[in-house]
Every structure is written in structure tokens, then in C-alpha cells.
Ligand binder design. Structure first.
Ligand code: NAD
Length: 512
């Protein structure tokens, strides 16, 4: 199924849904920065960049909020997030509609993204009663040693277009229960989702009652606004999600002033299809991971290694799935692949396909699906490659799946690890030795290693992030909250002598 003829206006729909969500019209009209919906290619809003002086003022206000918020007991801070979760449940369909209009996600995935916000809010509420440290055995008599976790300060959040709301929420839900105000710079491609989320958050704030002013703020703009956040001395942590190029710029700037960086950057994720795999399950896993979100997830499956003994049958079935997948308006039921974000993304995809052909790749798909001059829909591409050439090793943020043959599992793991990125990976196998090897110390070198599940579509309960050029950050579940707090080690002496550690002697003369 391709390009339906009558496309409902994204502009009309955006105006209606932003109105329902209570976003002040002045915030998304009359500004110099046009917001284009990838769904129809229409300009749906004109937002205002935040002037740099206002960015600095916003951070100062957030810092003042920190001085008050850090004194609020953590379970009470959790109450704010509980209320926010309730507001998100009420606004779920509308917020998801803005995600679809602005990022182009099919409705089911947009609803899933808002559900992810709700899930992390639930997690953070429980966490607000579990911010505990260890008590540690001390070598000295009548002493106690322990660690305590304290709020850190203002957290800067820079987010990418492709998860326009969930990534902010992974960070902010934890940061706020940890005692940290947040200043959010969303992608310049998705400011409306940020304004809508802030409107929903403000409803939770109103119900909460006595939160300090400026606890959560949105600043809009491009790179310069991001840099102002990165460079501000009152922002001790910046969580930045986006391309590796962005991380390369942001990481050193933060290091320069000894601020913390939580980097969530590009991926180049792989799956191995072993001879014992349940091939039906593998086919469905690969199809969602590679074509879902039109290939625009950091965890999208981009490289597939198929054992030579099952290659022809499996790849044949996959090509048939690629040829029949419905591409079109993401608001329509039945459509599984929506648009690319913009023209630059389309050009990048075509360039990589040309490079793959030049390197001997056999391409199926990748052609444009006409849905209007400024809307960029493509058929997902599957490319059989003779080997892992340069184009395969770089992340192209579009639905291209490079397929290669392998002979033995050690070779497949080596190929899967032989890229600069280290986000997500998976193996489909029913051989427990292969499965265990894949997740062992000499297996996948990624932050995420799955068995019989594709590399995309993580739950919030685990820590999310990757190694190497993916940046090393971990956010969301597990103990990722520790990034948002400062740890103090406390040693208390309840005795009457002063023994020094390691038996050190330092006797001074005291007054007679
Ligand atoms: P991008 O790097 O173009 O932009 C991301 C954000 O960084 C935007 O808000 C942008 O304005 C800001 N930015 C860019 N340069 C900056 C600078 N020098 N200083 C401060 N801020 C700067 O990325 P994108 O196109 O929006 O998103 C796609 C990329 O994000 C892909 O590479 C994808 O893999 C990655 N991504 C990673 C994760 C993850 O968790 N690892 C999640 C989502 C997306």
C-alpha cells in the first residue's frame, strides 16, 4: 500500500490538538523558526528561539529552584511525578498525535512513546523512596562509614528529533525525584512536542501546589542555544541525545569545565540469525527493528548477519516482507512505515544507497513514495552486501538494512563488534551455547545485547545506552538515577580516640 490520495491537513490538526493540550498560541505562532510536519510537508507552526540572555536567566531561575527543591523530601518530590503520570495518562492520545505530526511516527509507536513516559514516571515514583546508599565496614573501632546521595543541581537535557518526548522524560522524571530542576532544549525539528509536554507538566505542578518556580523549563533553538546550556557553570550535568557528531562537540566542552556528561549518541545495531533460530520469530523481530519508525531509532537494526545455511530462505522471506510493508500517512490505520524527518534525511539515505551499490551491494527498495513535494516517504531498503564496507560501518539514519552472510558464530560476533558504535545488538538462536557466548565477556560489545528479540524497543526498567561512539551514557532504569545525584562518603567517629586509617601515627603535643 502506498501514498493515499487524500491527506488530512497536518496544520489544521496541529492547531486543534495544541489547543486541546493548552499550549499558549503565542508560543507556536509568529516566530521566525518554521516547524514542518514530515507527514504532509506543511509548515504547521512558527516558533520563537529563546534569546541567549533568556537562556541564562532560565538557568539562574532553575538554580534558585534547586536551592529549594533539594530540601523537599524525595517521596514528596515523587508525588509531583505521580501527578505528572496522571496528567500524561489523560493527555496520552493528544500528546501522541503531536509526536506523529512532528516526528512522523505511526500512531501505535507515538502512543508507545507516551506510554514510555508514563512507565518511567511510575518507576521514578517508586525510586523516590529508594535513593539509598551503602553502609560500609570500617577498619577503625567505634566508627561508621556510609554513603549518602544528594541532589546535584540543574540538569540540562538536549534531545533528538526521533524520541521527542520519551528521552526527556527518562531524564527529567529521575532528575526531579533526585532533587534536580531540568532545563530542556529539544531538537529544533520537534519544538511542539516539548511545548505540549511542558503544558501537561504545568498541570501537574498546579495540582502539586508548592513547587518552586522554574523547576522545569523549555528553551528553544538550535546549536547555539544548546551550547549556552552546555557552557553554563550552574549546570553540573548535561544529558545529550543525538548524533555522534553532536557528542563530539558537547563532550569536550563539558569536560573543559568538569561538568558531567551523559551522552546517548548514534548506533549501528546488528542482529545475527543463527541456523537454529525460530525463523518466523526472527523474521518478525527483524522486520520491526529494521523498518519500524522508518529506520529512525537509535536502536534501529542496520546490519544483519545470516548464517550461510539458511541465508537464501530467510533473506527471500525478508525481501518479500520489505516489498509488501505499507508505507504512507502515519495517521492511517494499517500503515507501518511513515515518513523520513526531512529532505536532508532523504538525501543522506540516497547517498548511502549509492555508496552501497558502488561497493557491490544489491539494493531492493529505497525509492521515494510520492506524498507531496516537501514530504519524504521512502520504501525501506534491504541491501545484500559482499562484506562490511565503510558505508555499512557508518550510521545512516534511515531505513536501510545491510545483509551479510556468515559461516561461524565467532566470525559473526567479530563482525558485529567491528564498527565504531556500540549501542544495541541481538542474536536469534535456540543454541544455548551461542546465546550465552553472545552475552558473555567475549560476545557483543554493546550496551544492549538481546537474545531472540531485535535490538530496538527497549523497556524503561533496564539502563539504556551504549559503548564506544555511542557515548557511554546510561539512563532510564536500573541504577541510572545515580548520574543525577552526588555521592558523599561519610565517616563518623563515636569513640573517644582518633585512630587514623592505615595505622598512620601523627602524635602532636597537646596542652598539659
Ligand atoms: P542531532 O545530533 O542533529 O541533534 C540532537 C540535538 O543536539 C538537537 O537538539 C540539536 O539542536 C543539538 N545539538 C546539535 N549540535 C549541538 C552542539 N554542538 N551543542 C549543543 N547541542 C547541539 O541529532 P538528530 O538528528 O536530532 O537525531 C538523530 C541522532 O540521534 C542519531 O544519530 C541517533 O542515533 C541519535 N539518537 C541516539 C539515542 C540514544 O539514546 N543513543 C536516542 C535517540 C537518537
Amino acid at each position: 500500500m502506498n501514498a493515499p490520495a487524500n491527506i488530512a491537513s497536518a496544520k489544521t490538526e496541529a492547531a486543534a490538538v495544541l489547543g486541546r493540550l493548552g499550549v499558549d498560541r503565542a508560543l507556536w505562532t509568529g516566530g521566525p523558526r518554521a516547524v514542518r510536519s514530515p507527514v504532509t510537508g506543511e509548515i504547521i507552526a512558527d516558533v520563537h528561539d529563546t534569546p541567549l540572555a533568556a537562556v541564562a536567566q532560565t538557568i539562574e531561575t532553575a538554580h534558585e529552584a534547586f536551592r529549594a527543591w533539594r530540601n523537599v523530601p524525595a517521596p514528596r518530590r515523587g508525588e509531583l511525578i505521580r501527578l505528572f503520570g496522571e496528567e500524561l495518562r489523560a493527555a496520552k492520545a493528544d500528546l501522541a498525535a503531536v509526536v506523529t505530526l512532528e516526528a512522523g511516527k505511526i500512531t501505535s509507536e507515538a502512543l508507545g512513546e507516551v506510554q514510555e513516559m508514563i512507565d518511567i514516571c511510575d518507576f521514578a515514583v517508586g525510586l523516590s523512596r529508594q535513593l539509598y546508599g551503602l553502609t560500609i565496614a570500617t577498619e577503625r573501632p567505634d566508627h561508621r562509614m556510609m554513603e549518602t546521595w544528594h541532589p546535584l543541581g540543574v540538569v540540562g537535557i538536549i534531545s533528538a528529533f526521533n524520541f521527542p518526548v520519551a528521552v526527556w522524560c527518562w531524564n527529567s522524571a529521575l532528575a526531579l525525584v533526585c532533587g534536580d530542576p531540568c532545563v530542556w532544549k529539544p531538537s529544533e525539528k520537534t519544538p511542539l512536542t516539548a511545548l505540549a509536554t511542558q503544558a501537561v507538566f504545568e498541570r501537574a505542578l498546579a495540582r502539586f501546589g508548592d513547587a518552586p518556580k522554574g523547576l522545569s523549563a523549555v528553551i528553544l533553538g538550535g546549536r547555539e542555544v544548546g551550547e549556552a546550556l552546555v557552557d553554563h557553570p550552574k549546570v553540573p550535568l548535561v544529558s545529550a541525545t543525538g548524533s555522534t557528531a553532536m557528542g563530539r562537540a558537547v563532550g569536550p566542552r563539558l569536560a573543559q569545565r568538569f561538568a558531567r556528561a551523559l551522552l546517548e549518541l548514534g548506533g549501528n545495531n546488528a542482529a545475527i540469525i543463527a541456523p537454529t533460530a525460530d525463523l518466523d520469530l526472527a523474521l518478525r523481530g527483524v522486520a520491526f527493528a529494521a523498518m519500524g519508525t522508518a529506520g529512525q531509532r537509535c536502536t534501529t537494526l542496520r546490519r544483519l548477519f545470516v548464517h550461510e545455511s539458511i541465508y537464501d530462505g530467510f533473506v527471500g522471506a525478508l525481501k518479500a516482507a520489505y516489498a509488501s510493508v505499507p508505507v504512507g500517512d502515519p495517521r492511517q490505520a494499517g500503515v507501518l512505515v511513515g515518513p523520513l524527518i526531512d529532505a536532508a534525511s532523504f538525501d543522506g539515505m540516497q547517498k548511502s544507497l549509492a555508496d552501497a551499490r558502488a561497493a557491490g551491494g544489491q539494493v531492493q527498495g529505497g525509492e521515494r513514495v510520492e506524498m507531496g513535494e516537501e514530504a519524504f516517504y521512502v520504501r525501506p531498503a534491504i541491501v545484500e552486501m559482499p562484506g562490511q564496507t565503510d558505508v555499512v560501518k557508518r550510521e545512516t539514519f534511515a531505513p536501510i538494512l545491510y545483509v551479510m552472510k556468515y559461516r561461524d558464530i565467532e566470525e559473526a560476533i567479530a563482525l558485529q563488534n567491528d564498527v565504531p558504535q556500540g549501542l544495541s545488538s541481538s542474536i536469534f538462536t535456540n543454541d544455548m551455547r551461542e546465546a550465552e557466548l553472545f552475552i558473555s565477556a567475549r560476545g557483543s560489545d554493546c550496551g544492549i545485547a538481546n537474545v531472540n528479540i531485535g535490538p530496538s524497543g527497549a523497556e524503561i526498567g533496564g539502563a539504556f545506552g551504549g559503548e564506544k561512539e555511542t557515548g557511554g551514557g546510561r539512563e532510564s532504569g536500573s541504577d541510572a538515577w545515580k548520574a543525577y545525584m552526588r555521592r558523599a562518603t561519610n565517616t563518623l567517629n563515636y569513640g573517644k580516640t582518633l585512630p587514623l586509617a592505615q595505622g598512620v601515627s601523627f602524635e602532636i603535643k597537646t596542652a598539659p
